[in-house]
Write a protein that binds this ligand. Structure first.
Ligand SMILES: [Zn+2]
Length: 280
């Protein structure tokens, strides 16, 4: 099965010692694309540095709601500059987290708007994290309101690690959003995700691990890794009643369409030529 991991924090310090082995395991499992999202200035720089080491990866730059209150204007200017870099295919991760509230809500909203504006300016999709307290939907509704405030031309967005009710997913899809599923779908309280997995159009459907977090069943609890995206992808294929191989082809096509990159295309073309030459 061909696979992508649209959200994988390989720059997290839990991967410092063996990121090359983790990527080898991902390749063996069929993972062909990985997006490494930043969450604050340092992790954004580190994600871009990983793309230099492993050019088939992609990076994104932005500020996570947890870090919303901790980024000064100079750092933001740096991120806005980095957003134009060809190694950077998306803005984020950003969004709203009303569950853990590591930053106050007003700071989260200001941060979200700044990230969405950057997505609108660059045309690169904003990767959106959105969590409410268990059983609630305040963050989802606030996120919808922020996107609707753009009027007819909201920036392109990807809802990462989907969490929320079906009508929220429908409203996001109506705004043009893409939706990515993670190991969160296996957690108690996330049962609506099964219905949502059936209703996302093929060309807006992605999967991810959110490594090192959100281990799906079978993955080590201490550290999720990109190869485990296979568990979530197979779950999505089951919900949609399509063969895993068919779903996998669609995931790669969708990744390339949502995160177009001449840089990555060139890197992958060289790798294909090399492997053909090795086989000959
Ligand atoms: Zn994340």
């Amino acid at each position: 099965m061909r696979l992508v991991d649209s959200h994988c924090h390989l720059q997290a310090d839990r991967f410092d010692a063996d990121v090359d082995l983790v990527l080898g395991g991902a390749r063996l499992a069929g993972v062909e694309r990985i997006l490494v999202p930043g969450w604050d200035p340092a992790s954004c720089r580190a994600g871009i540095a990983l793309v230099d080491l492993f050019p088939w990866l992609d990076a994104s730059v932005g500020v996570h709601p947890h870090d919303a209150a901790n980024v000064d204007d100079d750092s933001w200017q740096e991120l806005a500059r980095l957003a134009l870099d060809e190694r950077v295919v998306a803005i984020g991760e950003t969004g709203l987290d009303y569950d853990r509230l590591h930053s106050p809500i007003l700071a989260q909203l200001a941060n979200l708007r700044r990230n969405l504006q950057l997505a609108a300016e660059t045309g690169k999709p904003a990767i959106l994290h959105c969590r409410s307290v268990e059983g609630g939907r305040e963050a989802q509704d606030a996120l919808l309101a922020e996107l609707r405030a753009f009027g007819r031309q909201p920036p392109p967005v990807l809802i990462h690690s989907f969490s929320g009710p079906v009508d929220y997913a429908e409203a996001m899809l109506a705004l043009g959003a893409a939706i990515s599923f993670s190991g969160l779908v296996f957690r108690r309280g996330e049962e609506a995700s099964a219905d949502v997995a059936r209703l996302v159009p093929r060309d807006r459907l992605l999967v991810e691990t959110d490594s090192p977090f959100l281990s799906p069943p079978g993955a080590p609890r201490a550290r999720n890794e990109p190869e485990w995206v296979a568990v979530t992808a197979r779950w999505v294929a089951d919900q949609r009643a399509v063969p895993a191989e068919v779903l996998g082809e669609g995931l790669v096509d969708t990744y390339d369409a949502i995160f177009p990159s001449d840089r990555r295309s060139a890197v992958l073309a060289v790798a294909r030529r090399q492997s053909r030459a090795e086989r000959a």
